[in-house]
Design a protein around this ligand. Structure first.
Ligand SMILES: CC(=O)SCCNC(=O)CCNC(=O)[C@H](O)C(C)(C)COP(=O)(O)OP(=O)(O)OC[C@H]1O[C@@H](n2cnc3c(N)ncnc32)[C@H](O)[C@@H]1OP(=O)(O)O
Ligand SMILES: CC(C)C(=O)C(=O)O
Length: 590
């Protein structure tokens, strides 16, 4: 990363709420060194944030590291040396004692430098110098006034003999806490020594790592003076589990990266850790409510993409393709909305561990349709996109339509594909989707009262009989048809039968409002059956239709016509041809 990318990343980490941020390995290069100095000198570090810097146990590099911290308010100096048998033998050619000596002598150096850089009073070294020079030097030292904390990592901890890892850290603690003039370790929280226990390479199951952490936590002396930190890598893909079990085993702190970048398979992902807590109702005190900005920052700074299935952040992680998942999610949302109406806002929804909205996602991607999707998911999309709440049996009918398209095309269907399929199938949503018969206008009048009623007709009543005259386009030709019934739907069915020879009866009808206020519309759903079909045996094929209209009667009539269009298919329609002369029909209701 360039220094400006690092600054962008750092600022984003601050925004997310991190309070301890390892910013650099200052001794590695001038640019790493300068980055730390720039942060300090440009006032980019909030007062409540501790920057952390990494150094190996080498005196030249430790000195350089301290220099980079000149002027910092709070700094954690993080020193490491590997302690495992393999590294002792192969990399350092050192036995156990020499490895301890490497750690302790450099810890002493860190302590001395920390005391020097933290100093707020002139030191005895200046007493032999001329007073003016002494004051000048004293003010140079005084101006740092840095609060230091010390972190020590027995690198390769998880491959180190557990008792030996404790032995190394005991020696380091002693060197840190009991040096001459040491003011550290008086029990104040910010001065506790941090022992950071790395799974430098993840080599075991998470429970094994947790056992090692537990051993360390229960064997290190003066536990109250120690913060136990974890630093897990993901070589076996278990860094999250290892960190979580490590915390349960007694650790206090975790080091990781945002979205899990780092050497090889990366460091543990802090987004996953934080949101795992969040999903259990535990506030992580990190703000991931705008996950897209996190992804943008990480990908633009590192040049590395985020996997579509990355926990909580990937583009597919709140998406269900499978039918049974979609059905459960649809039902879950319905139950949630009912609960929310009673003031119960807790999140509990099948297949969605957290509310996608909490990380800045919309619900649009929650359900996506392919050939394995079912009626519930498709109905969910129809409701989301078109505010149409299809009745259950109609969902099944439309599902078959969508599935055949999906199988024929062999691809995922978009919301637009499904919207178009519904419009085409049920002749709604514009003249381009019209069926063979189109309702142009109608006129409804009360006529004879004979006391009969058709239960399937919503506007029927025991004392009403209606006459409906409608102007319809049939295969492009204007026709006028007329019929009677105890409600508008039965009158219309009667007109279709007498005028065009389409003999159908209503088996199921439902309706609901769309929108509210002056824009409110009615949506009606009708299933019609031919006269020979058993109206009670609902497995016998009916034909469904949808009607949407500002007027409830209009929506019902349109739904009947939509269903009738499906029922007639390409059958030739009977009845006398009517004049194709609209002027003669001017008297009718438009
Ligand atoms: C586990 C981790 O991931 S820790 C983070 C590691 N990150 C980095 O290494 C990035 C920054 N590192 C660098 O820029 C360089 O390695 C530097 C500047 C630190 C050192 O560079 P060089 O002096 O050229 O040494 P180089 O890296 O080749 O070799 C490392 C030397 O340090 C020794 N060493 C390695 N780690 C440590 C350590 N933690 N403490 C003390 N000595 C160490 C090695 O044994 C080796 O010594 P040798 O030359 O006597 O054999
Ligand atoms: C320096 C240590 C903590 C490290 O990076 C590791 O062991 O992975």
């Amino acid at each position: 990363m360039t220094n400006s990318q690092k600054l962008r990343f750092f600022s984003h980490l601050i925004k997310l709420g991190f309070k301890e941020i390892e910013v650099s390995y200052p001794a590695a290069s001038e640019s790493d060194f300068n980055f730390v100095q720039d942060l300090i000198n440009n006032g980019d570090i909030p007062d409540d944030v501790w920057i952390q810097v990494l150094t190996p146990a080498r005196s030249d590099l430790i000195r350089k590291t301290f220099e980079s911290l000149k002027g910092a308010k709070h700094a954690i100096v993080h020193m490491y040396n590997a302690t495992s048998c393999l590294f002792r033998e192969v990399v350092f050619n050192a036995d156990q004692k020499e490895t301890i000596r490497l750690a302790t002598t450099h810890t002493q150096l860190v302590r001395e430098l920390a005391e020097e850089y933290a100093s707020k009073v002139s030191k005895p070294v200046f007493s032999n110098i001329a007073p003016l020079v002494s004051i000048l030097l004293a003010s140079l030292v005084t101006q740092y006034g840095t609060n230091f904390r010390f972190e020590y990592s027995p690198e390769t901890f998880s491959q180190t003999e557990p008792a030996y890892a404790v032995e190394v850290c005991e020696a380091v603690k002693k060197a840190w806490l009991s040096g001459p003039g040491s003011t550290w370790g008086d029990g104040r929280k910010e001065e506790r020594i941090i022992f950071n226990l790395p799974a430098t390479v993840e080599v075991s199951t998470p429970n094994c790592f947790a056992d090692q952490v537990e051993y360390f936590a229960t064997h290190i002396s003066e536990r109250e003076k120690v913060i136990i930190s974890l630093h897990t890598h993901n070589d076996r893909g278990c860094a999250v589990a290892a960190s979580e079990l490590g915390i349960l085993a007694g650790a206090d702190r975790i080091e990781g990266t945002v979205l899990g970048n780092g050497e090889r398979t990366g460091n543990v992902d802090l987004v996953t850790l934080a949101l795992n807590l969040y999903s259990q109702g535990i506030p992580p005190h990190l703000d991931f409510s705008d996950m897209f900005s996190v992804i943008d920052t990480v990908t633009e700074c590192t040049g590395l993409p985020v996997h579509p299935r990355h926990p909580y952040a990937g583009e597919l992680v709140f998406t269900a393709f499978s039918g049974s998942h979609q059905d459960a999610i649809k039902k879950g949302f319905e139950a949630l909305h009912k609960r929310q109406a009673t003031g119960d806002i807790h999140w509990e929804l099948p297949y969605l561990p957290i509310d996608p909205a909490d990380v800045g996602c919309t619900y649009e991607a929650v359900i996506r349709v392919n050939s394995q999707s079912g009626k519930g998911g498709i109905a969910y999309i129809v409701k989301q996109a078109q505010s149409l709440d299809l009745p259950r049996r109609m969902q099944i009918a439309f599902y078959k339509v969508v599935q055949s398209i999906s199988e024929a095309t062999g691809r995922e269907l978009s919301v637009q594909d499904i919207t178009d399929a519904l419009r085409k199938e049920y002749h709604v949503g514009g003249s381009q989707f019209d069926g063979r018969i189109v309702l142009r206008s109608y006129n409804l009048t009360d006529s004879v009262t004979d006391g009969t009623a058709t239960p399937a007709d919503p506007e029927s009543g025991p004392d009403r009989q209606r006459t409906l005259t409608a102007k319809v386009l049939v295969d492009g030709v204007v026709r006028q048809i007329s019929g009677t019934g105890n409600g508008p739907l039965s009158a219309f069915l009667n007109a279709l039968n007498s005028g065009l020879g389409i003999d159908l009866a209503v088996r199921e009808y439902s309706e609901h409002a769309i929108g509210g206020g002056s824009d409110v519309k009615a949506a009606s759903y009708v299933e019609v059956i031919p006269p020979n079909a058993d109206s009670k045996d609902k497995t016998q094929g009916g034909f469904w239709g949808i009607g949407v209209d500002p007027d409830i009667t209009g929506s019902g009539l349109r739904a009947v016509l939509s269903a009738a269009n499906n029922a007639i298919g390409k059958t030739e329609l009977k009845g006398a041809a009517f004049e194709n002369d609209e002027k003669k029909l001017n008297g009718m209701q438009q």
